[in-house]
Ligand binder design. Sequence first.
Ligand SMILES: Nc1ncnc2c1ncn2[C@@H]1O[C@H](COP(=O)(O)OP(=O)(O)OP(=O)(O)O)[C@@H](O)[C@H]1O
Ligand SMILES: [Mg+2]
Length: 366
Amino acid sequence: MGLSIGIVGLPNVGKSTLFNALTRAQNAESANYPFCTIEPNRAVVPVPDLRLYKLQELASSQKVIHATVDFIDIAGLVRGASKGEGLGNQFLANIRECDAILHVVRCFENDDVIHVDGAVDPIRDMETIDTELILADLQAAERKAERLGKQIKGDKRLAPQMDLLRGLIDHLNAGRPASEMTELHSDPGAELRRDLLLITFKPVIFAMNVDEDGLGEDNAHVRRVREAAQARAAGAVKISARMEEELAGLSPEEAAEFLASYGVQESGLDLIIRAGYEMLGLCSYFTAGPKEVRAWTIRQGWKAPQGAGVIHTDFERGFIRAEVIAYEDYVKHGSEAKCRAAGVLRVEGKEYVLKDGDVVHFLFNA
Ligand SMILES: Nc1ncnc2c1ncn2[C@@H]1O[C@H](COP(=O)(O)OP(=O)(O)OP(=O)(O)O)[C@@H](O)[C@H]1O
Ligand SMILES: [Mg+2]
């Protein structure tokens, strides 16, 4: 399973600048990971993880394959997008399949960059976008209610589903995101969630786009967005999209130096990816051999067979056992053979819960 993140925001807030930086990061690594097909609005970006290089060195692997995150860029949403204003509405469908939403808000002043609503005001901008996303979900919910209304005549068992749907429509009509509707988080809500792919049910990370001056101390815009994000349990990451674009063209060493000159340690892209992993409860385990060292993305709490299924469905179906070495043990002892000799290679069964950093070898029946 990969992680996919849809980028939304008003026009001219820096979405494409950020997306270009992501695309350049993608191209820089494209030799190193499998899915190189690139759609114009999709960037497949490697998840930075230095542990992979350490394992490569120890296992003398030919190559490293990172886990990846898909980013999807859409045209800026404007007020009325859900009613067909602007280009945004037709693109909203593109982000329904995403796992999380990256909401870019403008937190930089610059008279040369026009703001569609006149002045820079990230809180007002957030509300504009939220409203459009809520309206898009409302449309989806109303269409579903129409279909369900017809089906229900032949099948009364659908009544609870309809009640839930009506509740959702009222909730969205009141201007509230689907994520705040308690009933939707329950088991009976699962079907509706799967069916409608509600945008406002997805976790949100705010990317607060500042200029270079804003990277040090938080400016007033950033402080307001941080507060608002906290109040609704959303993530918030301060970035400079323009600087990320420059960074993406540099070697890792040059990039580190460049960041340090602004007093920053980690690139905005890395912060965004990490925030996404955290919000969705994801982690990685590794496979390591002479051909390749590779990171695989799973959800925290997954058991070994389910995690094996990420590599191949046969691995899940025919799962026998897993040989597991914790990353720290692998590094400490230096090789699989030495780990085995030292007794830190564990043989685990179906009930084993995979941990971040496990180096795993699966045994299975084909
Ligand atoms: N951090 C930043 N600091 C200063 N200027 C920036 C920053 N990020 C973006 N810009 C500038 O803002 C302008 C708009 O950026 P961009 O084209 O990325 O917006 P967008 O959100 O993709 O707009 P649209 O929705 O119309 O596609 C560009 O001129 C860009 O250089
Ligand atoms: Mg754009």
